[in-house]
Design a protein around this ligand. Structure first.
Ligand code: SAM
Length: 270
């Protein structure tokens, strides 16, 4: 039996949006810095690409009192949570759309595209950057950040080793990590190839210490390694997988550190 085959592909797209909404303070704090780099007049149309539960979409709307934001996401759970929190407050200034960033049906509409903590989940950055370039009006800007470079290298190594042990190996046959962590130079070249001008990219370390074993376990299980855990069919074995990783993180100095690295991306549409 191929445990790693996913009969319902929608499972790959879905997130536990309640947990993400509650635990995503690291992503929100990085995202706020990204938003602070945007130069806005307050009346622009902005795309939030991979908006998740909309915590940063709300910040963006606050900065656009006469503008509009379209939040796009692949996950219906994320969009439902975003809708529940934002629809009433922001009314017609906000549209939330279920859509794959790899097949965007929109052309030359937005003055800016913003994205935080999403692009590393998108496997084809050439297509992604071409699509984002094409949704911008000429001169519009991209201001984004995602995981990059050696992002979470320690946890990746540990999860990969664990996935090859006799208890878990059968669940990970043919499994490929779901992320694309580019370095700054590769990303800059892809942005230029997609048509962006004035490209700037950089990598920055963002080490993040979680509170304790329970916090680490819930965060890693639902956010970082959610696609790994989908491969393991039984709850007991999923718990065992996470218990081993959590115990390893408890031995680190400091304990429960995630070695996050963020890739900053900026460009101007031609
Ligand atoms: C870690 S969350 C980040 C959410 C939000 N931007 C934040 O910073 O809190 C990543 C989001 O990207 C979305 N995503 C991943 N791949 C996508 C794709 N191909 N098209 C649209 N959204 C995608 C996921 O569904 C998820 O909501």
């Amino acid at each position: 039996m191929a445990y790693n085959s996913v009969s319902d592909r929608s499972a790959e797209r879905e997130w536990n949006s309640e947990v993400y909404h509650r635990l995503s303070s690291p992503q929100v704090s990085w995202g706020k810095k990204v938003l602070s780099r945007l130069k806005l007049n307050g009346d622009e149309w902005v795309l939030d690409a991979g908006c998740g539960t909309g915590l940063l979409t709300a910040e963006l709307l606050e900065a656009l009192p006469r503008g509009r934001v379209v939040g796009i996401d692949l996950s219906q759970n994320m969009l439902s949570t975003a809708r529940a929190h934002l629809a009433q407050e922001f009314g017609s200034r906000l549209r939330l759309l279920a859509c794959d960033l790899l097949s965007l049906p929109i052309k030359r509409v937005f003055h800016a595209v913003v994205s935080t903590a999403a692009f590393h989940w998108v496997p084809d950055h050439d297509q992604l950057f071409r699509n984002l370039h094409d949704v911008l009006v000429p001169g519009g800007c991209l201001e984004a950040q995602c995981g990059g470079g050696p992002n979470i290298a320690r946890l990746r190594d540990r999860a990969n080793v664990l996935a090859t042990t006799p208890t878990f190996a059968r669940y990970f046959v043919g499994f490929r990590e779901p992320w694309l962590f580019e370095d700054a130079q590769e990303a800059a070249q892809r942005l230029r190839n997609a048509g962006f001008a004035d490209v700037e990219t950089s990598l920055e370390a963002a080490p993040t210490v979680l509170d304790d074993a329970a916090h680490y376990n819930e965060f890693v299980r639902n956010i970082v390694l959610r696609r790994h855990l989908e491969n393991i069919p039984g709850a007991e074995q999923r718990d065992q997988f996470m218990a081993i990783l959590t115990e390893q993180a408890a031995q680190d100095d400091p304990p429960f550190l995630l070695d996050y690295w963020r890739l900053n991306l900026r460009g101007r549409g031609a």
